[in-house]
Design a protein around this ligand. Structure first.
Ligand code: SF4
Length: 158
């Protein structure tokens, strides 16, 4: 089978102070179980309390990050267009622009390139195909998400 077009690597370097992938009103950031554990710990809160404060549920019950009420933009994007929880940010954010939906066709990728100045930027470095593949898996796991805390699988182990 022919390898995907991105398997040879893609040049990319996230541009400081850009924030374009985070400042879209109505953007949805799905949360993985690992995200909830990592970010709640960073916030010195229990997972339950953090979910109550910073997450909401989609129509089908998955947890997603809250957005600001006034403009629908992520609650963690600060006035300098930087992520205020960058070091512990959700894995879906970390995986951008390597989301399956972005890589699925030339057309989809062209649209992402228009939005993201980090792709083929002057200071871009080659991101290898295997790294891109890991990001795709990571994004996929986040999109599956979880609907309750503790998750069902963990309760069954108790
Ligand atoms: S749009 Fe691209 S360059 Fe800008 S913050 Fe997002 S990943 Fe970085």
């Amino acid at each position: 089978m022919k390898p995907p077009w991105w398997m040879g690597g893609v040049n990319f370097s996230c541009q400081s102070g850009c924030g374009k992938c985070c400042d879209q009103p109505g953007g949805i950031v799905y949360l993985s179980i690992a995200d909830a554990e990592r970010i709640s710990q960073h916030s010195d809160l229990s997972v339950e309390d953090w979910l109550e404060r910073d997450a909401r549920k989609t129509y089908d019950g998955r947890f997603v990050l809250k957005s600001r009420e006034e403009d629908g933009i992520c609650i963690h994007l600060n006035e300098h267009h930087q992520c205020s929880i960058y070091k512990v940010r959700p894995q879906q954010c970390k995986a951008f622009p390597w989301w399956g939906e972005n890589l699925v066709s030339d057309r989809a990728w062209s649209q992402v390139k228009e939005q993201c100045p980090g792709i083929d930027a002057e200071d871009a470095l080659l991101v290898e195909g295997n790294t891109i593949r890991l990001h795709i898996f990571s994004d996929r796991e986040s999109t599956k998400g979880f609907r309750e805390w503790p998750p069902q699988a963990r309760r069954n182990k108790r």
